[in-house]
Design a protein around this ligand. Sequence first.
Ligand SMILES: Nc1ncnc2c1ncn2[C@@H]1O[C@H](COP(=O)(O)OP(=O)(O)OP(=O)(O)O)[C@@H](O)[C@H]1O
Length: 253
Amino acid sequence: MLKLQHLHLRSGAIQRLDKIALNLAGAQLVGIIGPNGAGKSSLLDVIAGVQVPDGGEVSWDGKVISQFSAKQRADYLSYLPQQDYPAWDISVTELIAIGLGRMQGQRSQRQQWIAAIAKRLQISELLNRQVSTLSGGELRRVMLARTFVKRSPLVLCDEPTAALDISHQLQVCEDLRGQARAGALVLVALHDLSLAARYCDSLVVMEQGKVVAQGEPNQVLSAPLLQRVFAIEAEWFCNAKGVGWLPTLANTD
Ligand SMILES: Nc1ncnc2c1ncn2[C@@H]1O[C@H](COP(=O)(O)OP(=O)(O)OP(=O)(O)O)[C@@H](O)[C@H]1O
């Protein structure tokens, strides 16, 4: 269980997080949605312990995360920030291995884990490449492999589908949902509300640092909320395979 109590984060005049309170149980895929600057990345940074809040508390399974060391946090948490680039020009295999962190295992076992996640994210043919030679989408999928290689009970991803082609967007969403079905609490910041509606078990809507709605996608993505928070109108299509939408700018006359 992830518990956020009265979280505040301020930078100068900007209230990045404003009295955030949430209780999120495991085994679900939670979409964090909201317009640019709403506070999605700030929230994920604070949950990950990358950013210290000015007030409030984050706890995981009853323990306050500020009391965990960085190594202890890495044992239960995997985080893909919005902008994450490798600091050195290492091979893809070496980069993914960093994600294994303190996981024990023989060299052959670690190689198997890396091969398995590479297969899952369809990057096996990239394993021997240097990261500097990858395209934007390939690098993003490699960073996702580094994030997912260790099975963590808490997974945070900031716009994991950005830069990916449509087939890989769907594949990554399927993978995130699979991790949730396997028991993880997966929090994902998404701009594509169609993917959010189709894959997420619940949504948290942010606006100006506040949580303004929370619940199942079909309840949250109401016409008034889309108009007020995103300034759009949307027509939704639904069949047995999922949902899709046609968004248009709201008439503000
Ligand atoms: N390092 C920083 N210093 C000062 N202000 C910041 C910093 N990072 C973000 N902000 C501000 O905090 C607010 C929330 O930003 P944040 O990146 O959390 O939003 P977001 O919802 O993730 O946006 P986006 O969809 O554009 O990625 C914005 O007003 C932003 O300008």
